[in-house]
Design a protein around this ligand. Structure first.
Ligand code: HEC
Length: 157
């Protein structure tokens, strides 16, 4: 019985090994199709590691906010969409301070304009939703997400 069990264990182990090797080969093939391994040539934001942790936490909150705005627009609760966009993503003196601090610490003059573009778009989205124009609010939401990614394309941790 013991022997059967250990043979079964060995077979499981071997097939797992084979499927891992398979996945590795598939990944390799996929990367070669895309022209081989690439380096990440975005600019590293030179801020201390604990600030990076904090910044990524804020980023995940931003993504949650995008989800909340989308959900409110989906049920046609335009006031709620507007309130969330304004209060959680709008441009205000606090946000300006936070953005400027990171930009200064990293010594990157592009950081604040890229951040500000996102927050101003959120304000525009808020006004548009509150004015009752859902179609335009959705277009602005798409532009807002594009603005988020403009910074991700430029900077990395
Ligand atoms: C001004 C720059 C900037 C803007 C604007 C920006 N981000 Fe980011 N974001 C970053 C940087 C830098 C990172 C870290 C990337 C890395 O890990 O290399 C990041 C990472 C993230 C991550 C990954 C977090 C994790 O846990 O790893 C998410 C999600 C994210 N951002 C969402 C958003 C959303 C949503 C918006 C727009 C509402 C946004 N970001 C706008 C700079 C920005």
């Amino acid at each position: 019985m013991k022997k059967i069990l250990s043979i079964a264990a060995a077979i499981t182990f071997l097939t797992a090994g084979v499927s891992l090797a398979d996945e590795h080969a598939q990944m390799h093939e996929m990367m070669m199709k895309k022209g081989g391994p690439k380096t990440d040539d975005r600019t590293e934001l030179k801020i201390p590691p604990p600030m990076k942790v904090m910044q990524k936490g804020m980023m995940r909150q931003h993504l949650d906010t995008i989800s909340e705005i989308t959900a409110a627009l989906a049920i046609n609760d335009l006031n709620k969409a507007g309130d969330i966009a304004k209060s959680k993503l709008g441009w205000n003196p606090e946000e300006e301070k936070r953005c400027s601090l990171v930009g200064q610490m990293a010594g990157e003059s592009d950081f604040v304009p890229l951040g500000k573009a996102v927050h101003l778009k959120a304000d525009e989205l808020a006004d548009t939703a509150k004015a009752g124009n859902r179609d335009k609010a959705l277009v602005l939401l798409s532009e807002l997400i594009t603005n988020c990614n403009a910074c991700h394309q430029r900077f990395r941790h």
